[in-house]
Design a protein around this ligand. Structure first.
Ligand SMILES: [Mn+2]
Length: 350
């Protein structure tokens, strides 16, 4: 039980008092049906760091929301608990990020990934990332064994791999709905085995993942497209084609049905905030023009649960707060997280 959790003190119509839990919700982890696990880690961020501060930014913004949800009556009664932020991980992130930066600088000044000069540093970063993955895996598995739904709040997009591995222990067959500007199919990036740009490449090593459905993709390399073509588990709905369909009069609802029809019954949602238009996430690490509108993304999620598919877990990654107290990125992140956390209950009410 966290300090400060007091069910009687939560008033869905009043001021929400920060208590260390997302949304200031009054539910401890023991009684929660959904558990949010914040992972403040952005070691492999390649362009602009800050995703490690995402969980705190979302946490801070999340108590400012109003709780009425147009899809779900009494959404605030969703029993959603929060694992406290782990300060050891925050500290380790700072130390390892400093080493990763040396490697990135070496590469950006013309050095090679296999240069002896950075071999030791690269091994350190890869080992630390493997340790982080294992930590997420064990935390997730323990919660799954207690029958809880787990949501990871990143952090860069490397962090949910441990949850995907834990889900593969529990389920023989599941699909991933992946909302992102990037395909994240690189076989290591900048020498980092567990790069944020490699999450789906690494995830697809799990044979239990029978489908990867990617939505909003618009920044992708040749090798990644070759992988999309060679692995029949991958179905990509790139941003350009989605927009072209819209311009030609195909309704978003029809496009959502097509996207969802490619998914199996059990679905994991991996939501990179940069899948949205960058006006919703101006401080994210690798912003790309184009992308989904907020309401398009929410409509897609809503349509997913309406089909009766079962959400088995989710992550929200790459939210990064602005400097000088700009809360916009955290605000949008908190709203996406609220929808994700309440999503499974939509099914009952819609
Ligand atoms: Mn991305």
């Amino acid at each position: 039980m966290h300090i400060g959790i007091n069910q009687a003190s939560f008033n869905p119509n009043g001021i929400t008092i920060p208590n260390g839990c997302f949304f200031g919700f009054p539910y401890g982890v023991e009684e929660a049906a959904i558990v949010l696990l914040p992972v403040a880690w952005d070691v492999t961020t390649s362009y602009r760091e800050g995703a490690a501060n995402g969980p705190q930014a979302i946490l801070d913004a999340s108590v400012q929301l109003d709780w009425y949800d147009f899809d779900l009556p009494q959404a605030w009664q969703t029993k959603c608990g929060t694992i406290p932020m782990n300060s050891d991980i925050q500290e380790q992130n700072r130390a390892i990020r400093a080493i990763a930066k040396l490697i990135i600088e070496h590469l950006e000044s013309g050095g090679k990934v296999d240069d002896h000069a950075i071999a030791k540093q690269l091994a350190t970063v890869n080992q630390a990332s493997a340790t982080l993955n294992h930590w997420v895996y064990t935390q997730s598995l323990e919660l799954l064994e207690q029958g809880k739904l787990v949501g990871i709040v990143g952090g860069d997009h490397s962090v949910p791999l441990g949850l995907m591995q834990a889900l593969a222990q529990k389920y023989e067959d599941y699909g991933i709905l992946h909302i992102d500007a990037h395909a994240d199919l690189r076989q290591a990036y900048e020498g980092f085995t567990y790069s944020h740009a490699s999450i789906m490449h690494n995830a697809l090593k799990l044979p239990q993942i029978s489908r990867l459905v990617q939505v909003g993709i618009r920044d992708v390399c040749e090798a990644e497209m070759a992988m999309v073509k060679s692995d029949e588990r991958i179905v990509m709905f790139d941003d350009w084609q989605l927009k072209a369909n819209t311009y030609q009069g195909i309704p978003w609802a029809t496009q959502c049905d097509k996207i969802i029809s490619n998914l199996p019954d059990k679905v994991y949602i991996s939501f990179d905030i940069d899948g949205l238009n960058p006006s919703y996430c101006p401080n994210t690490g690798t912003p790309v023009p184009g992308g989904l509108e907020f309401n398009e993304a929410i409509y897609l999620l809503r349509s997913l649960v309406q089909t009766g598919k079962r959400i088995i877990g989710f992550d929200l990654c790459e939210v990064a707060p602005g400097e000088l107290g700009d809360e916009w990125d955290g605000n949008v992140g908190a709203r996406v997280l609220y929808k994700l956390a309440c999503l499974q209950r939509f099914q009952v009410s819609l």
